[in-house]
Design a protein around this ligand. Structure first.
Ligand code: CAA
Length: 380
């Protein structure tokens, strides 16, 4: 066993850290306040190769491993979790699924510009009445010869208005339950496709979350991913990788808050000494550092399993369950260490605390991760 990162991993980590500090940090508070999508920054992330990190270079990607992706996600998320969710969805939910299951035509048409970051994608599974219970899809994709006719509503869609390409899950044959679901690639300007208002959120306010409406939208059969009825399997296998991305986002939010709290504790004086000399603060820092390291190990283990073609769905759920809990606990403690200053925006930790919450909800709530984990350990 080797815990050492390679030269290449260290370079990618540094590139992501420099980008986050130089390009994402300035303006992050304003973007959060104004709910402003980091459009310029996401464009640069594409130019630097952060939007299709694991995609084969022949399709415009970076050809990197999942460990590199975890390292980059952590660094970007330390500073701007709104930018990192755009990156996570594009990399793991959209590019990965298209590369793994798409046809050559679909890859040339959609994956190449997505992997280069020229356009961004969205993953559309959740519905008003199908969140955790994802097999209960009400959106329909009726087979009509050479195309499907799509009707229904999707909810909580990340990159909802900024995406150009949407992977939409819909029920084609309700009698087959989840085996009757298909995933269709829908282009933004298709007639009958409309985008609802932007959600006004507690956290990741710079990211772009919308509901989507489909009314008699014609989607060519050539835009179906995989065989007829493969759509739910597509969603589940893709989400197993997506959860590594969100676990790494949670890890980054936690380590970002910890680094700020550590620095602050050395500068802020109380009772005549820096507060880092008080055991009350030391114990908090010790807990934070230990939990963050454990979360990082789980993220890297899931990534390593994926890179080594092992089954990673258990590890990715464990990583997401644990790292999101650590993100929540660590950010609350980081605010506490900052005292009153932690409660104001200039010190960044209140934003990280608000951003942390969503990591326990999206891409499968903590309760869903426990379903996946318990089923896996009980059937072994
Ligand atoms: N890999 C492959 N197949 C899988 C799988 C996996 N990891 N997990 C489940 N499946 C398959 C099962 O084998 C089964 O197929 P068969 O019957 O053909 O064998 C099928 O999927 C249904 O599985 P279950 O019977 O286990 O289904 P269930 O109704 O009990 O639900 C669940 C399981 C784990 C709760 C699932 O519904 C789930 O993950 N729900 C959460 C959905 C979710 O994560 N939504 C996030 C939305 S996306 C998002 O948030 C993105 C964003 O914008 C940030």
């Amino acid at each position: 066993m080797n815990f050492e990162l390679s030269e290449e991993h260290l370079m990618i980590q540094k590139a992501a850290r420099d980008f986050a500090q130089n390009e994402l940090k300035p303006g992050v508070i304003e973007r959060d306040e104004q709910q402003k999508f980091p459009a310029e920054q996401v464009k640069k992330m594409g130019e630097l190769g952060f939007m299709g990190m694991m995609v084969d270079p022949k399709y415009g990607g970076g050809g990197l491993d999942t460990v590199s992706y975890v390292l980059a996600m952590e660094e970007i998320s330390k500073v701007d979790a709104s930018a990192s969710v755009v990156m996570s969805v594009n990399n793991s939910l959209v590019c990965w699924g298209l590369e793994k299951y798409g046809t050559e035509e679909q890859k040339q048409k959609y994956l190449v510009p997505l992997a280069k970051g020229e356009i961004i994608g969205a993953f559309c599974l959740s519905e008003p009445e199908a969140g955790s219970d994802a097999t209960s899809q009400h959106t329909t994709a009726i087979d009509n010869g050479d195309h499907y006719v799509l009707n229904g509503t999707k909810n909580w869609i990340t990159n909802g208005s900024t995406a150009s390409v949407y992977l939409v899950m819909a029920q084609t044959d309700a009698s087959k339950k989840h085996r009757g679901i298909n995933t269709l690639i829908v282009e933004k300007n298709t007639p009958g496709f409309s985008i609802g208002p932007k959600e006004n959120k507690l956290g990741i306010r710079g990211s772009d979350t919308h509901s989507l409406m489909f009314t008699d939208v014609k989607v060519p059969k050539a835009n179906r991913i995989g065989e007829d009825g493969f759509g739910f399997k597509f969603a589940m296998t893709t989400l197993a990788g997506g959860r590594i991305g969100i676990a790494s986002q949670a890890l980054g939010i936690a380590s970002g808050a910890y680094e700020l709290a550590l620095q602050y504790s050395k500068e802020r004086k109380a009772f005549g000494v820096p507060i880092s000399q008080h055991q009350a603060i030391q114990f908090k820092l010790a807990d934070m550092a230990t939990e963050i390291d454990a979360a990082r190990m789980l993220c890297l283990k899931a990534a390593w399993e994926k890179d080594n073609r092992l089954d990673y769905s258990l590890s990715s759920s464990m990583a997401k369950l644990f790292a999101s809990r650590v993100a929540m606990e660590t950010t609350v403690e980081a605010v506490q260490i900052h005292g009153g200053y932690g409660f104001v925006k200039e010190f960044h930790v209140e934003r990280l605390m608000r951003d942390a919450k969503i990591t326990q909800i999206y891409e499968g709530t903590s309760e869903v991760q426990k379903i996946v984990i318990s089923r896996s350990i009980l059937t072994k």
